[in-house]
Design a protein around this ligand. Structure first.
Ligand code: HEM
Length: 186
């Protein structure tokens, strides 16, 4: 018996290894971000939340890099991915995924724009990416302040919808949707 191994690139049947690695590492880091911000919302800035809240900006920066790679990888594989069907559900799935991508890109982008325009230096993991500036760039700071948190929660709601839909696929329709991103197969 030969055990099917997961291909590196995506196919029309399954997502490949690179897509899976990007998908699950981004999911894990996003969960970390939402856990930290959710607990901060409930309890306020408590000392016991310092590791979660204090890592928000560096983890968000890593997420930004992974999300950019994910978008590039999705474009490279666009003709070779599992299809979602042509009906209304297929259109809904494609639209939902498109919105997820859009929010995933915009949330860290507006935060980084705010960090760039801010008077304070931005140095995730101790590496200075944006030096301190004498005067802030008002519109960048304002845009980040206006959109980052709100879009962050919109992204959270979209992820929740995504998870619920996978649950429906698994329990009601039993069409193997989750397996495309988890089980071995060529
Ligand atoms: C995909 C990555 C990210 C997600 C999902 C995310 C999500 C969030 C959420 C949900 C909040 C809570 C807003 C509230 O208090 O209501 C927040 C706050 C915050 N985030 Fe992020 N974030 C990400 C990346 C970043 C990055 C890269 C930076 C820094 C450059 C950053 C800086 C901040 C700061 C300073 C706050 C606190 C106050 C505020 O701006 O509203 N985040 N983030």
């Amino acid at each position: 018996m030969t055990i099917p191994s997961t291909p590196i690139l995506d196919t029309v049947d399954v997502y490949g290894r690179v897509t899976r690695w990007l998908h699950w590492s981004i999911a894990l880091l996003l969960a970390w971000q939402f856990l930290g911000m959710g607990l901060k919302l409930i309890f306020g800035r408590q000392p016991f939340l310092a590791p979660l809240v204090g890592s928000h900006q560096p983890v968000g920066t890593v997420l930004f890099v992974l999300i950019v790679l994910r978008v590039i990888w999705a474009v490279v594989n666009r003709r070779n991915r599992p299809r979602h069907g042509n009906g209304l559900l297929g259109i809904a799935a494609v639209t939902g995924h498109g919105l997820l991508y859009l929010a995933m890109v915009m949330v860290p982008c507006v935060a980084l724009l705010r960090a760039y325009g801010s008077e304070r230096a931005f140095a995730p993991f101790g590496f200075e990416i944006f030096p301190a500036r004498a005067t802030e760039i008002g519109w960048m700071v304002d845009l980040g302040g206006l959109l980052h948190g709100e879009l962050g929660w919109v992204l959270g709601a979209l992820i929740l919808g995504h998870v619920v839909m996978v649950g429906i696929h698994e329990t009601m329709w039993r069409d193997g949707t989750l397996a495309r991103m988890t089980r071995a197969g060529s």
